[in-house]
Design a binder for this molecule. Structure first.
Ligand code: 1GP
Length: 249
């Protein structure tokens, strides 16, 4: 596989992308691969592997290996810490939790993980990760000063700072299982000041939610909970249909 960043940037030229987040503690090995296969068949563009509790490298590795045997799209680790890295994946979100009070999550864990990432030949995807209220579990474990949902200027400042620091993506995260996605005015504001791609996740559970974040300017949608609770059901299909519509198919 070529560089994952090149694949994502090339695909973005044809419209928005969808990433399917799978927690390999809940869906291990071949179960993860089955979800991935169905998701990719419906048009999802990459598989993210992660969860907010410590996933062992063995569990992460087994899921990545099974997924890579089934689907041609990249498998990307969405890490909650440096311990769940595996060379079986293609890439890792090398993400700084921009609004954390814990320096480990801003940069210190990265300094520890970087040499291992290089040794594993995992591609680091530099990403600014910003947690918006309510933030859910990542807001708690990430010791986050969540950006208020009405604080569009605050979010714009963080996003632009991430771009100025050279990060290749900015991710607005409402938190897994959030009751509602990141608000449209915030997505619109951040998108209008950024030139790197904008990822939006947390609380996208229906076609209407997907439509809302797409219309506001999100370029990459992440969903996780919807497949955990319903599997590859009507809600997931609806979300993928909205992404597909904007890609002209
Ligand atoms: C969480 O943004 C992702 O990190 C996905 O959120 O589980 O609410 O889809 P959901």
């Amino acid at each position: 596989m070529g560089r994952v960043v090149d694949y994502l940037l090339k695909e973005l030229k044809s419209g928005p992308l969808h990433l399917t987040l799978i927690d390999p503690d809940k869906s291990p090995g071949t179960k993860a691969a089955e979800i991935a296969a169905s998701a990719v068949e419906l048009g999802s563009h990459a598989i993210l592997l992660g969860g907010s509790t410590g996933i062992s490298p063995e569990v992460m590795g087994a899921a990545a290996t099974a997924i890579k045997a089934r689907v041609p799209v990249p498998t990307i680790i969405f890490p909650e810490g440096p311990r769940s890295l595996t060379p079986a994946a293609d890439a890792v979100f090398f993400m700084s939790l921009l609004n954390s009070r814990n320096l480990d999550l801003v940069i210190r864990a990265h300094a520890k993980a970087a040499p291992a990432i290089r040794k594993m030949h995992l591609e680091p995807l530099a990403l600014g990760y910003l947690v918006i209220a309510p933030g859910m579990r990542v807001g708690e474990v990430g010791a986050v000063d969540a950006v208020e949902r009405t604080d569009v200027e605050g979010a714009e400042g963080y996003a632009l700072a991430a771009e100025f620091l050279g990060m290749r993506f900015v991710y607005l995260e409402a938190g897994s299982g959030a009751p509602a996605p990141v608000p449209a005015p915030m997505i619109r504001g951040v998108r209008s000041c950024l030139s790197v791609p904008l990822i939006v996740g947390g609380g996208i559970r229906s076609a209407a939610d997907a439509r809302g974040v797409l219309d506001a300017g999100a370029q990459i949608l992440v969903t996780g909970t919807v497949t955990e609770t319903e599997g590859i059901g009507p809600s997931f299909r609806g979300i993928l249909a909205e992404v597909g519509r904007d890609r002209g198919h």
